[in-house]
Design a protein around this ligand. Structure first.
Ligand code: PA5
Length: 448
């Protein structure tokens, strides 16, 4: 993996970043604080790439058994408990139309049209559900689980044989699972949802899909070593620094643009990390700062024909992070004798996408629009592991630079609390009345 940063350098961009001048002492302090796990008690995800920290053998064993025995594998989870699985599924199965011998679904919403019709469609006798929730108390995931159990009960299926639970050891859900002999996988306490893909949260579904989880972890471990470096070759730190400097210059948004369908969910995964970790009202000293840089999800080249105009000529408030891929697994050269397509003859599809990416990076640079590139050799488990861990570390370093807590999510919790209050859950206060009043507010027009 490489970080190419000419498009943000002073050589090309007015007010660019001088990567050679990144302050070394602050970098050393921040890198050490993170790796000594001093800056937060939610840094145990740092150790997930060390293969001996995760029970890989158990995960592989259970994953293989599920894949052999069942026709369908359904992940029930939301946010950090689903996005990593979706990323892996898309990169290694869906985007290359791979037949893995089992249908895998990730239900990360509570849209009943979708969920009920899925339950209707599946042969539940041949279906395994993986209930993934760090807290064990997320209403969306619990509702999905209860509906699945209820449906299986109504069909006289021994439902406990069709569930796996991935949660925090000792919580109510864990107890429910152990009381019913449901296999459990533990999410370490010091690993937050959005940093959990390299724990059983992502690894068990990956194993079911036949994804090489050892290579994934080994790749992550390469990034782990790189992110501990104390010089500018620390890719995650340097990337965070570029964004931090750009943010100070008014670049309030970060556009993420992979040039690969296999990586099309990377922006989705990254957006949660970047938004939920960095969008904070207060800093670590209690000062009101309203910190953060808004992530924007895009796809190259598709969005060259949709959003690029805005990034080229719209408000000068964005940094663009391209993700490119050097080599692909499948490619074909175009042969044509049609005169009006002669410029395409002998050109492979991958060559064309490379030209398009290079031209877009160059055009944005000439227009003074800051951009940098994370380049992967190819899309495989090892590089995916590198990319995932790099994105997590880049977020962690940006959190240090902004001096905020990158591991909590009070804004998310607030809406969870209000929902529980609406459901009259004990201990969640009397917000329901105020919410109902707000809903009834007459400030509206109706299409007539
Ligand atoms: O990153 C996070 O912490 C959140 O996005 C959570 O993953 C999300 O809210 C779901 O929570 P839980 O895993 O507890 O069900």
């Amino acid at each position: 993996m490489r970080l190419e940063y000419a498009g943000v350098s002073k050589e090309y961009i007015k007010d660019g970043v001088n990567v050679d001048a990144i302050p070394a002492s602050a970098r050393e302090r921040r890198v050490k604080a993170i790796y000594a796990k001093k800056s937060s008690n939610m840094l145990d995800w740092l150790d997930l790439p060390l293969v001996d920290q995760v029970d890989v053998d158990k995960i592989l064993d259970v994953g293989e058994k599920i894949a052999d025995k069942f026709e369908n594998f359904v992940v029930l989870g939301i946010g950090g408990s689903a996005l990593g699985v979706r990323l892996l599924k898309d990169a290694f199965v869906d985007s290359i139309n791979r037949d893995i011998g089992i249908n895998v679904y990730v239900c990360d919403n509570i849209d009943s049209d979708n969920f009920v019709t899925l339950l209707d469609k599946l042969n539940l006798k041949k279906t395994m559900f993986d209930v993934i929730t760090k807290s064990g108390g997320t209403s969306e995931t619990l509702t999905q689980m209860l509906m699945a159990i209820d449906r299986m009960k109504r069909k006289n299926i021994d439902w406990s044989k069709h569930l796996v639970v991935t949660t925090t050891e000792g919580n109510d859900l864990w107890k429910f699972a152990t009381e019913n002999d449901i296999p459990t996988f533990a999410i370490p306490v010091g690993v937050g949802g959005r940093y959990s893909v390299l724990s059983p949260v992502g690894l068990l579904p990956a194993a079911v899909m036949g994804i090489d989880i050892v290579s994934l972890l080994n790749g992550a471990n390469i990034s782990r070593a790189n992110s501990a470096r104390l010089d500018k070759t620390n890719l995650a730190y340097t990337s965070a620094y570029i964004n931090f400097e750009m943010l100070k210059k008014g670049m309030n948004s970060l556009v993420v643009m992979p040039y690969s369908d296999r990586l099309r969910l990377v922006p989705e995964f990254f957006a949660q990390l970047w938004a939920e970790s960095l969008g904070k009202k207060v800093d670590r000293h209690g000062n009101v700062v309203y910190a953060g840089q808004t992530p924007i999800k895009t796809l190259g080249v598709t969005d060259q024909h949709s959003q690029l105009q805005m990034y080229s000529e719209g408000p000068r408030d964005k940094v663009i992070m391209f993700i490119s891929v050097d080599r692909v697994s499948y490619d074909e050269v175009v042969e044509t004798e049609l005169p009006f397509t002669s410029h395409l003859t002998g050109v492979s599809m991958h060559t064309l996408i490379e030209h398009e990416y290079n031209s877009t990076a160059y055009s944005l640079t000439t227009l003074g629009r800051p951009n940098y590139t994370v380049a992967l050799d190819r899309v495989e488990e090892k590089t995916m592991g590198q990319l995932i861990f790099y994105m997590e570390m880049m977020t962690a370093y940006m959190g240090e630079m902004l001096d905020i807590d990158a591991y909590n999510q009070p804004g998310v919790e607030l809406s969870k609390i209000y929902t529980k209050a609406c459901l009259h859950m004990k201990g969640y206060g009397d917000y329901a009345k105020a919410i109902n009043e707000f809903k009834k507010n007459k400030s509206k027009f109706t299409l007539e």
